[in-house]
Design a protein around this ligand. Structure first.
Ligand code: TLP
Length: 339
């Protein structure tokens, strides 16, 4: 079975397991896990931020950022299909009493005028405070779209004009960087806080990190503790995380190449629709005319695991644990199912 359900399925490499076995550890809640301290310093340096903090998952990373950047009763603006709204179990409201208002994007990008139109008058006590703008890079459910720098700059500009903070869900930030040949530090330069996943295409078994100013990360450390995310001898995970950020990005161009190759074939098949402009990184989303759940089952029967993401769309995600044989098998299955 070739597993294209998600890049979250990647397993740690032999080098990671080796590094994990040998990792020097201490009690990270007390601040003395040397491997974790090394990882957090390196992550902050790579992103050009003052500080970084390891968290167990991308969801916790995003929620820690929201916890730092909002107060109960606040409103967040985000794209309609963003992960913090659709796939985090309602946590912005569950945990922080924040609501999310959405703009339906075009290929994941929100219209600046529509964003501005949602920002509330801060002087009117009837309204929630619109305190946070959240952007997702790459945009998962838009098909792995890379946010253009000009778009990020525009969004940051709008936020600054209205004294709002900016959060970037950079679960696949390194895919965005590799896919646009842009340093990660430039992409996140002006956002207040960013959350980055290590356990997707970068291959770490567990973990994400958040980065931002020393003040925000100091606050984030307390928020993480409150969520039960303060972990002890976590240098074992930091050892894999270090390899993920140092070596992981080099594997991503192959994932992007395979996604593109699949998308170009799918786009030609009857009964499937792919917007090739969205296929910029390791994700391929296709619309199907029948039931996407039936298509998921048919691919599984053909030896290719992937997900229907709603009743009309299927998603394939390439990652370091699948190669050209997976690409060929997926193309063959698609040709059989859709010709
Ligand atoms: N995405 C998963 C599912 O939750 C949908 C996937 O298979 O793509 N932000 C973005 C943009 C994500 O895509 C994900 C995971 C997360 C955050 C959350 O990361 P985890 O799963 O580590 O909590």
């Amino acid at each position: 079975m070739f597993d294209l359900r998600s890049d979250t399925v990647t397993r740690p490499t032999a080098a990671m397991r080796e590094a994990m076995a040998r990792a020097e550890v201490g009690d990270d809640v007390l601040g003395d896990d040397p491997t974790m301290n090394r990882f957090e310093a390196r992550a902050a340096e790579l992103l050009g931020k003052q500080a970084a903090l390891f968290v167990p998952s991308g969801t916790m990373g995003n929620q820690v950022c929201i916890g730092v950047l909002t107060r109960s009763g606040d409103e967040i603006i985000g794209e309609a299909d963003c992960h913090i709204l659709q796939h985090e179990a309602g946590s912005a409201s569950r945990l922080w009493g924040a609501t999310i208002r959405t703009v339906e994007g075009t290929r994941g990008l929100m219209d600046p005028a529509a964003v501005k139109a949602l920002i509330r008058d801060p002087g009117d006590i009837h309204y929630p405070r619109t305190s946070l703008l959240s952007i997702e890079n790459t945009h998962n459910f838009a098909g792995g779209v890379i946010l253009p720098l000009a778009y990020i700059d525009t969004m940051v500009g709008i936020a600054r004009e209205h004294q709002m903070a900016v959060h970037m869900d950079g679960a696949r930030l390194f895919n965005a960087a590799v896919g646009s040949d842009t340093p990660v530090s430039r992409i996140v330069r002006d956002v207040d806080m960013v959350s980055v996943c290590l356990s997707k295409g970068l291959g770490a078994p567990v973990g994400s990190f958040v980065a931002g100013s020393a003040e925000h990360i100091g606050h984030a450390r307390r928020v993480r503790k409150g969520l039960g995310g303060g972990m002890r001898q976590v240098g074992i995970l930091a050892a894999a995380a270090l390899l993920a950020v140092e070596d992981g990005p080099a594997a991503l161009p192959e994932d992007h190449r395979r996604a593109r190759a699949l998308a170009e074939v799918l786009a030609e098949l009857p009964g499937l629709e792919v917007d090739l402009e969205t296929v910029q990184t390791n994700i391929v989303i296709a619309s199907v005319t029948g039931s996407a759940w039936d298509v998921e089952t048919a691919f599984a029967d053909a030896g290719v695991a992937m997900f229907a993401i709603d009743d009309g769309r299927i998603r394939f995600v390439f990652h370091r644990d699948v190669g050209d044989d997976a690409l060929d098998a997926t193309i063959a299955a698609a040709r059989r199912l859709f010709s």
